[in-house]
Design a binder for this molecule. Structure first.
Ligand SMILES: C[S@@+](CC[C@H](N)C(=O)[O-])C[C@H]1O[C@@H](n2cnc3c(N)ncnc32)[C@H](O)[C@@H]1O
Length: 210
């Protein structure tokens, strides 16, 4: 089993997590861009593309490579997210919708190929490949007030990512309204509200090579 990532610091973290893991003896890591690695045809049973295709400029080419390396009966799993599925309550509807509209309609130049709405494209991409049996799953999780410290950090990091995307899309006016809601230093931050709820969906697609 080989885990691939283009970022060495991510691989270091993965190596630390491998220590003492029951599968440690069969897990290797490779530092590479997925676009650059060569994989022998029909040589693998399973390929997992977890939260990575949304960063790839030509995801269809990578899916083709993944399918080609699978043996008959082999399985490709794609897991990814879609920003529209993130739910922050009670962010005012107009603030959330204006920031989403700004991200969708803004420039994508600064995103380095990252597509925050990628998951919705996966079924259409997989339909382009004949001989696949595709199933779709969704998993969701929610945090309710009062938030634990880790939950609070998670929500703030996600809200910060949304701000960053909006800034890169050129939506400077919308970002202040959005980000100030999550500002920990501010009295009455939305994160301290008795009703605060965060929920998100992750989408998992399984394609079996028939
Ligand atoms: C959101 S993180 C997901 C990390 C991990 N796969 C997971 O699910 O927890 C995206 C990862 O994709 C990696 N990445 C982005 N573009 C890549 C590429 N072209 N080839 C390999 N890895 C890439 C980044 O270094 C980053 O670690």
């Amino acid at each position: 089993m080989t885990g691939v990532d283009a970022d060495e610091t991510v691989l270091d973290a993965a190596r630390r997590r491998r220590e003492g893991h029951c599968l440690a003896a069969v897990i290797d890591f490779a530092h590479a861009r997925l676009e650059d690695i060569e994989l022998a045809v029909a040589s693998h049973d399973v390929v997992l593309l977890f939260n990575v295709l949304s960063y790839i400029r030509e995801p269809q080419a990578l899916i083709a490579k993944a399918i080609a390396t699978l043996r008959p009966g082999g399985r490709l799993f794609i897991k990814d997210t879609d920003l529209q599925s993130d739910f922050y309550w009670p962010v005012p509807f107009d603030v959330h919708s204006s920031i989403m509209r700004a991200i969708v309609s803004g420039t994508t130049d600064g995103l380095d190929g990252y597509n925050p709405f990628f998951a919705r494209q996966v079924p259409g991409l997989l339909r382009r490949f004949p001989g696949l049996r595709v199933s779709t799953f969704s998993q969701s999780f929610s945090f309710f007030a009062p938030l634990a410290r880790e939950e609070r950090e998670y929500v703030r990091a996600n809200a910060a990512l949304v701000s960053e995307l909006a800034v890169k899309a050129g939506a400077l006016e919308d970002v202040d309204a959005w980000y100030s809601l999550f500002d920990d230093g501010r009295e009455g931050s939305i994160l301290d509200g008795a009703d605060f709820t965060y929920a998100m969906n992750e989408f998992v697609f399984q394609a079996v090579v028939t």
